[in-house]
Design a protein around this ligand. Structure first.
Ligand code: KIV
Ligand code: NA
Length: 276
């Protein structure tokens, strides 16, 4: 079944958990889509997990369009959400609308995601008014790394907890159709989930959210040995890949690969003539 903004919204009312995973390329998007996930996020985490940057700040619009288009070609049913990269929407409402439009037109995303609550509402409103669905992202917002001096849980004290509730209500009011809660105490995430009518999609925000999102490299142990508290390893694919790579090297060196099954034949009589 094709997932749309309306089917995602209905899932909240039915209490049917929304599943979201990141993808950045055609082959992985196909596997994730065929597994039956509701939504694929082309996250700006691609800067780190695909491109090897230290943080997400260097990711460009061109990077996002390139990867979103590849994901779109691999998807039949998932709702594709593309992250707006750092400085593609903070600069002005006009820039936000133009760049959201590029992710839709050139990347073929179905929706865009941007970081920020109250202070990003003018951008959210304008993008939604341009007929582009928006997912907001509050709590730990990696693009603000340098303001906060690191990646930290948000909403542990009364002041920041109230601020998060205000942000969630504000992005709903501005027209966002869902909100990602990253690294928020689970009981606060529960409260926010009850307080708003749009779905909450949690990452490090507990099981009470309307949905969950994970970076696929994290759940498959493909990226780094550092494992944030909220990550669960569902399969150690990194280890399986390493075993396969080593076996390829060994078999090639030993002349075991390629074998009979992997070669093309030519009739003996022809090869005999060529040797003369
Ligand atoms: O970029 C990303 O992968 C994200 C998720 C962690 C929500 O924004
Ligand atoms: Na992101």
């Amino acid at each position: 079944m094709r997932n749309t903004v309306s089917t995602i919204l209905e899932q909240k009312n039915r209490k049917d958990k929304i599943t979201m995973l990141t993808a950045y390329d055609y082959s992985t998007a196909r596997l994730i889509d065929e597994a039956g996930v509701n939504s694929i996020l082309v996250g700006d985490s691609l800067g780190m997990v695909m491109l090897g940057y230290e943080d997400t700040l260097s990711v460009t619009m061109e990077d996002m369009i390139h990867h979103t288009a590849a994901v779109a070609r691999g998807c039949k049913n998932a709702l594709i959400v593309a992250d707006m990269p750092f400085m593609s929407y903070q600069t002005s409402v006009y820039d936000a609308v133009c760049n959201a439009g590029r992710l839709m037109k050139e990347g073929r995303a179905h929706a865009v995601k941007l970081e920020g609550g109250v202070r990003m509402c003018p951008q959210i409103k304008a993008i939604v008014e341009s007929s582009i669905p928006v997912v907001a992202h509050i709590g730990l917002t990696p693009q603000s790394l340098n303001v906060f001096g690191g990646y930290k849980v948000k909403g542990r004290d009364e002041e920041t907890a109230r601020e998060l509730i205000r942000d969630a209500k504000a992005v709903e009011e501005a027209g966002a159709f869902a909100v990602v809660l990253e690294c928020v105490p689970d009981k606060l995430a529960d409260l926010i989930t009850e307080a708003i009518h749009i779905p909450t999609i949690g990452i490090g925000a507990g099981a009470g959210c309307d949905g969950q999102v994970l970076v696929y490299q994290d759940m498959l142990s493909l990226y780094s040995t550092f494992k944030p508290k909220f990550v669960k390893c569902f399969a150690n694919v990194g280890e399986i890949m390493t075993i396969a790579f080593k076996q390829y090297i060994e078999e090639t060196k030993a002349g075991v690969f390629p074998g009979e099954a992997h070669v093309f034949n030519i009739p003996d009589e022809i090869i005999g003539k060529l040797y003369k």
